[in-house]
Design a protein around this ligand. Sequence first.
Ligand code: PLP
Length: 432
Amino acid sequence: MQLYSTNNPNLRVNFEQALFEGLPTDNGLFMPLLIPALPNSFFRDLPNLSFPETAFRVAQNLLQGAIPNDDLHRIINEAINFPAPLVTLSDREHVLELFHGPSLAFKDFGARFMAGCMAHFRKRDLCILVATSGDTGGAVAAGFFNTPGIRVVILYPSGKVSVLQEKQLTTLGHNIQALEVQGSFDDCQTLVKQAFLDQELRSAIELSSANSINIARLIPQSFYYFEAYRQLPNKQTHLAFSIPSGNFGNLTAGLLAKRMGLPIKNLIAATNTNDVVPAYLHSGNYKTQPSKTTLSNAMDVGNPSNFARMKDLYGSTWNIMRDEIKGYAFNDAQTEDAMQQVEKQFNYVMDPHTAIGHLALQSYLQDYPNHQGVVLSTAHPAKFLPDVERILGHSIEVPNRLAELKHLPKQSVVMEVNYSTFKTWLLNNIKH
Ligand SMILES: *Cc1c(COP(=O)(O)O)cnc(C)c1O
């Protein structure tokens, strides 16, 4: 498998390099040089494939031998060891539940696959740097917990993640270190990006990323689009995926699935009021913004990192991107209202992020009444317990693996938004 930088098509690396470098040196993002269409035989077999077998075939198609089949099978069987059930709400709306992994959010798929790949190739001790607006950190912490030779440093915005999210980041200990940054998610992301561009730091510490910018996070996120399609009762009606989005990794993975031949008519960019991408799809003007705090905090991103990949996939053809991707944005009041409506109408509890996906699908179905949609349910409602219980007016069930966290002590280091403080901390604390 060959990959290039979105800033320079001549900058080429193999999968192993992209996996460990995370970002190209020119500050672009890695993209696969080839996104081969899956053969007809794959789609013929799909109805009878298990989820891990589907994942294996999709991965094999993209990786092109970068990991030997036996190892790839093992990595996938270990990473994709929980289901992604499709729940049908109506003949036009289905929900793909991506929250049955250890951290109760879809990011488990990416984090676990990436951890497996890194463990497969690892030659030296490694420090993984992650900026999180909430869920990435929990998934990465769980995915890498106790992986020998790999330390994980997680930066999260102080006071801007839920109590339980914070517990997921700060209670594991061992090789997982949480930094509580006194700023926004964008500040965390900027600190991490600066570290990767700092050659002096990188010669002292072997750094790697685990954000959605890492291509190894993106690849496994394409697997479950196929798994959704496999479970779809009616495959004739035009299909759209509604994707609650922040950094647009999940949506970009959907674009990969579409390029590999999955019959997706449209991808729906569903956002909260951090609506840079829907605004671009409407106007053709791309204008990043400072991130705004909302109820769906894992999507509070004002400068989505994967937009560079989306642009790259479409070249400069805004018209084609606009034909394939439909954007809709909603505020907190609409989100709360949708959560209540969905419960009343379908007796189904959605978390605030999923509710935005539902709202966007409803808007889309008004524009395209003969299509059907799958909402990606990106998190379990219990991950946002206080908000969900306040909005619905009653308590909801909390899975055991989350309930147990409440009693564990938080361990974090408070960090100001200052690159040299951050760098000094890394140099003093991350020793191999
Ligand atoms: C990360 C996250 C998102 C946004 O996903 P992106 O790939 O960054 O667009 C949406 N919902 C939840 C619950 C998340 O954790």
